[in-house]
Design a binder for this molecule. Structure first.
Ligand code: HEC
Length: 163
């Protein structure tokens, strides 16, 4: 997450620099690394922001946190993480619209069902629906030709957040 914030901050700062360095005819820009033509600059930032892999690295972290939040019955943190996963995916679909259709089951079915168990503070139902969520992560990976990414239920605790 910190990384995303930094990237966004860098993009905003660069936009300010670009604006400040704009020449009178508005066609050439001075930047540190992003190029001099507007199109090149936009390409540079799009490249730096990355594709769906960035979304998935964030999702993977949050998925793990979500699981341990559920184990701890830290429902506020669980809700926070599931919300962030969906928000991160939304941004991912802006960058990679072709991925969205395969995520339909995840976004419209398994994630909302899991959210209901979190809102109800129901530990047993949480476990069941977390497993379904994991299965729908893997369904999407199969649909998107990355079936070699099979996620499982976390076994060893890595979350540092305690309730
Ligand atoms: C759009 C459907 C979709 C859903 C839903 C989805 N993934 Fe992914 N996932 C992908 C795609 C596509 C890639 C490969 C991205 C790429 O090649 O740029 C990927 C890659 C990954 C990777 C490898 C990332 C890397 O580059 O190191 C992990 C880990 C991962 N997903 C975890 C998850 C978890 C956990 C969930 C569920 C909480 C999930 N994914 C849900 C589509 C999805």
């Amino acid at each position: 997450m910190k990384r995303t914030v930094l990237i966004v901050f860098a993009a905003v700062m660069a936009a300010v620099v670009i604006f400040a360095c704009q020449t009178e005819n508005g066609k050439s820009y001075e930047t540190r690394w992003a190029g001099t033509e507007l199109e090149t600059i936009i390409d540079s930032f799009e490249d730096q922001l990355g594709g769906f892999d960035q979304t998935m690295m964030e999702t993977n972290y949050r998925y793990n946190e979500l699981y341990w939040a559920g184990q701890d019955e830290n429902w506020g943190y669980a809700e926070y993480q599931l919300d962030k996963i969906l928000g991160s995916m939304e941004k991912g679909f802006v960058r990679r619209p072709a991925r969205e259709a395969s995520a339909s089951q995840f976004v419209n079915s398994t994630a909302p069902r899991l959210m209901e168990t979190i809102e109800a503070g129901d530990s047993e139902a949480f476990l069941e629906h977390f497993s379904r969520l994991a299965a729908s992560c893997n369904t999407c990976h199969e649909m998107e030709d990355v079936a070699f990414v099979q996620v499982m239920i976390p076994e060893a605790r890595t979350s540092l957040v305690r309730f």
